[in-house]
Structures are given as C-alpha cells and as structure tokens.
Design a protein. Structure first.
Length: 151
C-alpha cells in the first residue's frame, strides 16, 4: 500500500500529475494536438503562447475528518486560451481545447496518483472573448479530484 502524503505534498502530487497528463496529449493525434503550452497558473507566468492551457487548484473542502487522515475534494480548473481574428474559430477552438483537457484528466481515473480516489466532471463554461478586440478566447472546465492526505 502506498504511503499517504501530507496535505501540501498531496496537492503538489495532484497538480504535477495534471501537468504530466496534459503535456502527454500534446502530440500528433493526441487530445491536445496543436496546443503550444501547458502551465500552472501563477502571477509570475507570462501569457502562454496561443493556443494554451492553464490549470490551478480551486478551494478545497474536506469530505471526511478522521483524526490525522482526511479526504479532500479539490477542484482543478482548466482554462484554455486561444487567439483568432475569426470569432467563431477562436471560440470553437477554446471550447474544444478545454473539453479535451477535461477529458484527459477524467480518462486517467486517479490522475496516476495513489492518493486520488475519484475524478469527476464538475462544470464547464464554453468559450467567450476575454478582450475588447474579441481576438482572445477562453473556456473553463473543472474536474473535481478527491484524495486522501495526512494533516
């Protein structure tokens, strides 16, 4: 049986697995073929090359509290980012990329992390323009991840 990580390590393990799984699909015939960049969203990161996928952990909630061993539910937010002078194409591409990123995580089952017990779709927001010129588009997909960690 795998060792149960402490909470900060479990969060890092989940997000590292998300990165690995998404990057593995940036290949010919991969679900994210054509995506140029995948990155963990932070204030230090510049805008990724288009098209790109950013991801981050949302607000976590405990599912069970059993002393030092707790189960947590953590949303992983996936944001696609595209650029196009054609609004229909920009919107369709952003929606397709966010859906493919969500599918990538869901098909893995446990994100290849021994502490993860469940991944399920949480929400999906189709693409919309995010700039005044309506050339940048983003769609958001959320995957709920349930995992066990020590305090």
């Amino acid at each position: 049986m795998a060792e149960i990580p402490v909470l900060p390590t479990a969060i890092d393990n989940v997000l590292d697995a998300v990165d690995t799984l998404l990057r593995a699909e940036i290949k010919t015939d991969g679900l994210l073929e054509g995506v140029r960049q995948v990155g963990r969203m932070s204030y230090e990161l510049p805008s990724p090359p288009f098209p790109g996928v950013w991801y981050y952990a949302g607000t976590m909630k405990p599912v069970s509290k059993n002393g030092v061993r707790n189960r947590w539910r953590m949303p992983v937010v996936l944001a696609s980012l595209t650029f196009s002078d054609n609004p229909q194409k920009g919107s369709e591409d952003a929606t397709r990329i966010a859906a493919a990123a969500q599918t990538t995580l869901l098909k893995s089952g446990n994100l290849t992390c021994s502490c993860v017990s469940l991944t399920e779709p949480e929400s999906f927001e189709p693409a919309a323009p995010i700039d005044r010129k309506q050339q940048m588009y983003s769609a958001l997909a959320m995957v709920m991840v349930e995992f066990t960690a020590l305090r």
